[in-house]
Write a protein that binds this ligand. Structure first.
Ligand SMILES: NC(=O)c1ccc[n+]([C@@H]2O[C@H](COP(=O)([O-])OP(=O)(O)OC[C@H]3O[C@@H](n4cnc5c(N)ncnc54)[C@H](OP(=O)(O)O)[C@@H]3O)[C@@H](O)[C@H]2O)c1
Length: 328
């Protein structure tokens, strides 16, 4: 395994494996035995960066979520896992009632929610301190200062280490970070956005914005990470849920544009040259690039995990990387 640092404050920054593991479906669509086997193998291979959320996976049973955190809590207790494993969780997008969702009825990012939701996550996970806590979505109904101060209080109290943000417009992230800096409070340092090798269209109305997707890492987000050394990008859905290689998983509609065939062709060329799979080329391209990007993959079997783990040792040549970067 290889590692990289997230966060800047010496009291809270962590060395995390360059491949993160998504536990979104653990305890719901992925049964306990399989989930534990995947977690055990990931840790055995040196992995120590696990991702969950307080709302995972509410859509699988029409509830409010929490199954993933609860499963991780049981796994931590049964394996006597200590603070060597970084468990990142998120709040803000838990539906307030069963049968509702994060777009129509989210808990949001008020100071009260931040305090109470973080407490519930700590209970489910069996953790005194959350190593990394993200704002899962934006909340325009609450002053940003309140959100920033709410997170800052938890860090000051020692309940949270690092802060992160997901699915927010870049200008909102920068505004929150500026508010935090001006108040002497910790700001978001880990940005979690959807990012893969194929580039999506950004003009299709997104879940959180009628103006287009705010969830994908685009030019503005990538340029922000490039300019700010404090930031790390955690790239979610890097394998497009399996769509690169699986007939049963068609590419999402936002990848249906003239730039896609050229990107797919170079991925297949490099896979052929290296003897690796297309999935591994995507992950290796993210891991070894100039930007600090940590791919975050979900898996439903140990076999899939093995394939993804092997990407950590796949070294691309400068020429391969240049062709992967340039294709459009
Ligand atoms: N911040 C956010 O809003 C947000 C949103 C989505 C996800 N996430 C996080 O990101 C994690 C990963 O997201 P994701 O599950 O959407 O993305 P992903 O890693 O691109 O897709 C995971 C799925 O791809 C398939 N797969 C994985 N490895 C494979 C392999 N080697 N060969 C073939 N198929 C493979 C599996 O599908 P099958 O299960 O069908 O076999 C697996 O469940 C989640 O667990 C969650 O922690 C965050």
């Amino acid at each position: 395994m290889k590692y990289r640092t997230i966060g800047t404050d010496p009291a809270h920054r962590r060395e995390v494996s360059v491949l993160a593991l998504g536990a979104m479906l653990f305890g719901s669509l992925t049964d306990e035995k399989t989930s534990f086997a995947v977690l055990d193998r990931y840790v055995e291979a040196g992995g120590n960066f696990i991702d969950t959320s307080d709302n995972y996976a509410f859509w699988t049973d029409g509830g409010q979520g929490g199954q993933s955190e609860e499963l991780l809590g049981r796994w931590r207790r049964s394996r006597r896992v200590g603070d060597e494993i970084v468990v990142a969780t998120k709040l803000g997008a838990r539906p307030l009632a069963p049968g509702t969702g994060y777009t129509d009825n989210p808990e949001g990012l008020s100071a009260k929610v931040i305090r109470e939701a973080a407490e519930r996550s700590r209970e489910r996970l069996g953790l005194e301190k959350l190593d990394l806590l993200y704002a899962h979505i934006d909340d325009h109904t609450v002053p940003q200062r309140e959100t920033v101060e709410g997170f800052g209080e938890l860090v000051a109290e020692g309940a949270v280490g690092l802060l992160g943000v997901s699915n927010q417009a870049v200008w909102r992230v920068e505004r929150a970070r500026a508010l935090a800096a001006a108040a002497g409070l910790p700001g978001y340092e880990v940005l979690q956005y959807q990012h893969s090798h194929l580039r999506p269209r950004f003009d299709i109305p997104g879940e959180f914005s009628p103006d287009g997707s705010l969830s994908h890492a685009g030019a503005e987000l990538l340029g922000y990470v490039r300019a700010e050394p404090a930031l790390t990008l955690v790239a979610y859905t890097p394998l497009l849920a399996g769509a690169y290689v699986r007939e049963d998983k068609p590419l999402p509609p936002d990848y249906d544009h003239p730039g896609t065939p050229a990107r797919l062709a170079v991925l297949r060329d490099v896979a052929g040259e290296t003897g690796a799979t297309v999935n591994q080329v995507v992950l290796a391209w993210q891991i070894g690039g100039a930007l600090p990007i940590v791919p975050l993959t979900g898996v439903s079997s140990v076999t899939q995990l093995e394939e993804n783990l092997a990407a950590v040792d796949l070294e691309l040549t400068e020429d391969q990387r240049a062709r992967l970067d340039a294709a459009h």
